[in-house]
Design a protein. Sequence first.
Length: 439
Amino acid sequence: MKTPPEIRLKFNKYWSLPILVCLLLILQLVSPFRGWMILLVGLTSFWLLSYLWSLSLAHSLRLRREIRLGLVQVGDDVQTQIIQEWFKIDNRGWFPALWIEFVDYSDVPGYNGNCATNVGPRGLTCWEKENTCSRRGLYTLGPSTLVSGDPFGLYTATLNFSESTQLLIPPSIIPLPDIQVSLGNRADLGRRRTNAFEHDISVSNVREYSPGDNPRWIHWPTSARQNELYVRNFDSLSTGGLWVLLDAEEDIQHGKGEESSLEYGVILAASLADQSLRQGQKVGLIMHGEALVWLEQNEGSNHHWDMLRELAAISTGSCTISRLLKVSGNSFEPATSLVIITPNTNPAWVESLILLIHREITPRVLLLDPQSFGSDTNMDAVSAKLRKFGISHQVIPREMLQLPKSHRRVSGQWSWRILSPGSQAETRHPPSLGWKTTL
């Protein structure tokens, strides 16, 4: 920790000790006796030793925290965030810390760094925590506190470390094999399209195969000639790119907490944006929670993280989808694809799409099925109206977007005890972490 901690040394109100010392001092002054003197010196030395011990710990204990973030595979293709943090307590004094309580005030869901340990004189102790985070949001790691003291319990030394780190947990990304998105073009506006996403592109050339490429794109003649795998490059026929619009109106959401339609809508939007960006499409994001979020169409990893950051922080608001479409409609270029993600069961908002279709915008509506979130309502009326206007749509049940059970689950924690400078012993370890950083 770079910022010096706030140090507090507290006497634990064992008033019998100072009262007894004062009483012995008075007795020795009034009626000198060797026994009083022995008790007085002994108790005073005991008191002084406790104070010096705790004072030494207060000024010699050091805390260091290092965090490592990464994406971990869950199931076959799902990516979710993993936190790996390393803690080190260093004792630079000559008094051992026989007990240390580490208190972590981080607000990351499911993440608790609290620990009880000890460290010898001129030694240190280390441990590591790991946690998989699936709940999106902006969180704080830290601040933290070390509490220790003398072995007699007379004094408590508290070190408050005020440093903290902002941590962004992006939404999980899942594959979307059963969700097709039509890319806008002038020949087929607003109508249901039966061809798959890959059919809306044309071959331009070939390139070397990269992990994650669809095996169906392998160009076998070139691969045979080069004795290496090559895949076809594709150029989109769309000129306007893709916009993703997420409906975050509070009154139309279904379910609660992590099982709400908003959370699954965020996962769907993040996964759809990830899929489209990987296909080389320019993607934009529109949503309105507490404030309007508008990310212009772009491509690349930086833009990808900008979208994930906004999706991680989104919360419900009062803006209706009709109003959002009205405000944003004039900003869309012709031949643009617009994907709308909404759990709204009121068909009145569908009329807002008519003007977009007249402006050669290709809408595709992904309806989050309210019944799969425990609601009694359904999407029949909305689906009927969308069919009436020839607007491509799909009802998405919650089960289609649920994360698979993790094939990789890490339990336990690593812990080391450095007995003296230059010697250390591993005291506890979990199963292999695979990509764990060594000390």
